[in-house]
Design a protein around this ligand. Structure first.
Ligand code: GRF
Length: 319
């Protein structure tokens, strides 16, 4: 089963060799992302011409314009971008932009983070007399070069290395690391088996729960083996439709309509479930908020748990 591909934007400021590596890797059939846009803050960046030659849509934005970040945000949304890869993008990103794309921006940095944040990494490694340096792919958070590390590769420092010779070798390593780490990260997030395991781990951590399939789909029940009730059901590519989600119980049709109205990309009304209280939460997104999923599982558990269990839970919650 091939999962759908995450729509990726690549942001550059210069030659875009990491961008090229990401594009070429995406030619593989099983690559979990698709570069749908290359843009950045320099309308003349060499990488833009290369992206165009490779048939990837580009947007030439003026990084000096006052409304640059607004325009960038609009452009990304117009192309339905789901994930952003920074590849030699030389602008500090404002906090409000990062929070709008929270959990959906990755970067490659030419050092073994947390060592040597910012610029001048190769000279810093040489000055420190390090035996190895390398490259890091990490999530982007407001604090510079400090988000969760997704993957690293080491590069040996050789006698006689200069900052330039080292940069050249580290770049070779970067080109291999970036597509691999991004693919692993996105592939996992969109893999139905991985998603289902994540849900299962959380569902089974709740009291008196058990696994049982429902019409062939992985599902979880609460209560005794004979009279337990389903409180969570995986929704997997129902009737050929490409989607992975989780069905949980909400309070009723009114709440369901409100949630879908408020966030129609996340919530859906499961087909074939009639006027039941099952609401669908999409899980095949690169930025699934698992704490949020967890809260829904707890809520649904409470809704379906036998009175004696639910009562205990409520008493415990009061302390
Ligand atoms: C790379 O060394 C990358 O690690 C850093 O900026 C450089 C960009 O090079 N963030 P390129 O434009 O990808 O060729």
């Amino acid at each position: 089963m091939t999962a759908r591909r995450t729509r990726l934007a690549i942001l550059i400021s210069g030659r875009g060799s990491n961008m090229a590596a990401l594009i070429y890797a995406s030619r593989a059939e099983d690559c979990p992302y698709e570069p749908v846009l290359v843009t950045g803050n320099k309308p003349n960046a060499a990488g833009l011409a290369l992206a165009e030659a490779e048939g990837v849509t580009t947007a030439k934005l003026d990084g000096k314009a006052k409304d640059f970040w607004e325009k960038l945000d609009e452009t990304l949304r117009a192309h339905k971008v789901e994930m952003i890869a920074l590849a030699g993008f030389m602008r500090i990103i404002p906090d409000d932009f990062i929070s709008r794309w929270d959990g959906r921006i990755v970067n490659i940095h030419p050092s073994l983070l947390p060592k040597y944040k910012g610029v001048g990494t190769h000279q810093a490694a040489l000055d420190a007399g390090d035996a190895v340096t390398g490259a890091t792919v990490h999530m982007v958070i407001p604090e510079l070069d400090s988000g969760e590390v997704l993957g690293q590769v080491e590069v040996a420092i050789m006698p006689g290395d200069s900052a330039d010779s080292l940069a050249e070798r580290v770049l070779i390593a970067e080109h291999q690391l970036y597509p691999r780490v991004l693919s692993d990260y996105l592939g996992r997030a969109l893999d139905p088996d991985w998603i289902s395991e994540e849900v299962g781990r959380r569902a089974l951590a709740l009291p008196e729960t058990m696994y049982k399939t429902s019409h062939g789909a992985p599902a979880w029940r609460v209560g005794s083996p004979s009279s337990g009730k389903f409180f969570a059901i995986m929704w997997m590519r129902h009737h050929g439709e490409e989607s992975v989600g989780l069905l949980v119980k909400c309070s009723g049709q009114e709440e369901m309509a409100q949630l879908i109205e408020a966030d129609g990309d996340l919530y859906f009304r499961p087909q074939y479930y009639g006027p039941s209280n099952w609401i669908g939460i999409r899980l095949d997104r690169p930025d699934t908020d698992w704490d949020h999923v967890h809260q829904w599982l707890q809520r649904s558990w409470l809704e379906c748990a036998p009175a004696r269990l639910a009562k205990l839970h409520k008493v415990a919650a009061e302390f």
